[in-house]
Design a protein around this ligand. Structure first.
Ligand SMILES: [Fe+2]
Ligand SMILES: [Fe+2]
Length: 376
């Protein structure tokens, strides 16, 4: 393949990251697509500032010692009888459950930092001025997410946990990749899709009102980021040759597997398990057991389930064919998924959040237009 960037649409035309000379071609300045104008100008409507108490107050207290943030059935480790029994017997369940939240918020924080660097890197490869302005805007939004999650972790736990090795490898891979398809599939479609699913779950179940508020504010931005990836897929994938599509399909499966492994890999947290008196080997064995059980698959049916969201995104984008259908079939019922609608999980929460932000940002203006853009 000669074109490593697989450029099929002028809006997503891409060059190598070190090819600045292409950016100063005179003809380029005369062209600017209007494809992203709406999502660029909508950024004013869903503006928020993590340092301004008018939007969110990180000084709000929460009794983290005694109140369990997420219910038992949302913590997969507590589905392992060995883990649950040990923690209940030793009176450590709340502390363990909240420690798992620290790991989860830390992954989110590292993911947000990845999104910041990735969207900045898109400015170097996307040639269209409109696409560049969109990416620069997203970079600014990811920067406020990094600040917000860093402040939340500081207020609840003091310090984040390190990034898991699998997530770290994926982030390094997509940020340094010169191919725009790797960046857009890896980040805009999968990591952003995963974020929407995880934030929707957090918004629904987290007992800390500050966490709920934070998830909703972040989702008002993320709904647009995911949409950027979807627009790329709609315009690009149908025009690819079969060989190109296969390359992209395999990349998507690789990213998906990395994210699944990162989410459910106790090997990455052996020390943490040991600190609760749990044997990491036994946790791994217990995890294998529940994975093969039907009830785990049953839980995947819930619309906020994160794997399900990702698979649906890839399916709708035409990135799952007979070659990879069986691989994803390990996680969801593919036939059932096909018949579901297009609406993205979390869109409702994001729309509500945007309406709320508009009341702060434009007290004297009634404008419902931007609320609808995220879901278009
Ligand atoms: Fe973000
Ligand atoms: Fe994002």
């Amino acid at each position: 393949m000669t074109d490593g960037n697989i450029t099929k649409d002028i809006v997503y035309e891409a060059v190598a990251p070190d090819d600045f000379e292409s950016m100063i071609e005179l003809d380029r300045y005369e062209k600017r697509s209007t494809a992203f104008d709406k999502i660029i100008s909508a950024t004013h409507d869903h503006f928020w500032d993590p340092l301004d108490k008018k939007y969110i107050d990180f000084d709000e207290p929460f009794d983290i010692e005694h109140v369990q943030m997420m219910p038992d059935d949302q913590i997969f480790q507590l589905q392992i009888p060995y883990v649950r029994d040990h923690l209940e017997k030793t009176g450590q369940k709340v502390r363990f459950a909240n420690e798992m939240q620290l790991w989860s918020f830390s992954s989110i924080l590292h993911g947000e930092q990845g999104a910041l660097n990735l969207s900045a890197s898109l400015c170097h490869v996307l040639k269209d001025q409109g696409a560049q302005e969109y990416a620069a805007n997203q970079t600014r939004e990811e920067a406020r997410h990094v600040t917000a999650f860093a402040k939340y972790i500081k207020s609840r736990w003091g310090r984040p946990r390190p990034c898991g090795t699998v997530l770290k490898a994926l982030l390094v891979d997509i940020i340094s990749a010169p191919e725009v398809y790797k960046k857009i599939i890896g980040m805009q479609m999968l990591v952003e899709g995963l974020a929407m699913g995880a934030f929707a779950t957090g918004y629904k179940y987290n007992q800390d009102p500050l966490a709920k508020k934070l998830f909703q504010l972040v989702m008002t931005d993320e709904a647009f980021h995911h949409k950027f990836g979807k627009i790329w897929a709609d315009r690009t994938i149908p025009r690819m040759s079969e060989d190109e599509r296969n390359v992209v399909e395999d990349w998507a499966a690789h990213c998906f597997q990395s994210l699944v492994m990162n989410l459910g890999s106790p090997q990455q947290q052996a020390e943490m398990y040991a600190s609760f008196g749990l044997d990491p080997e036994k946790v791994v064995a217990g995890l294998m057991e529940i994975r093969s059980e039907a009830r785990t698959r049953e839980r995947l049916r819930e619309s906020t389930n994160i794997f399900r969201v990702l698979i649906k995104t890839l399916l709708k984008a035409g990135l799952i064919s007979d070659r990879t259908k069986a691989f994803y079939g390990n996680y969801v019922d593919m036939d059932e998924l096909k018949s579901e609608g297009d609406r993205m999980v979390g869109d409702d929460i994001a729309e509500e959040g945007i309406a709320y932000l508009q009341t702060i940002n434009f007290k004297d203006r009634s404008n419902a237009a931007a609320i609808r853009i995220a879901a278009e």
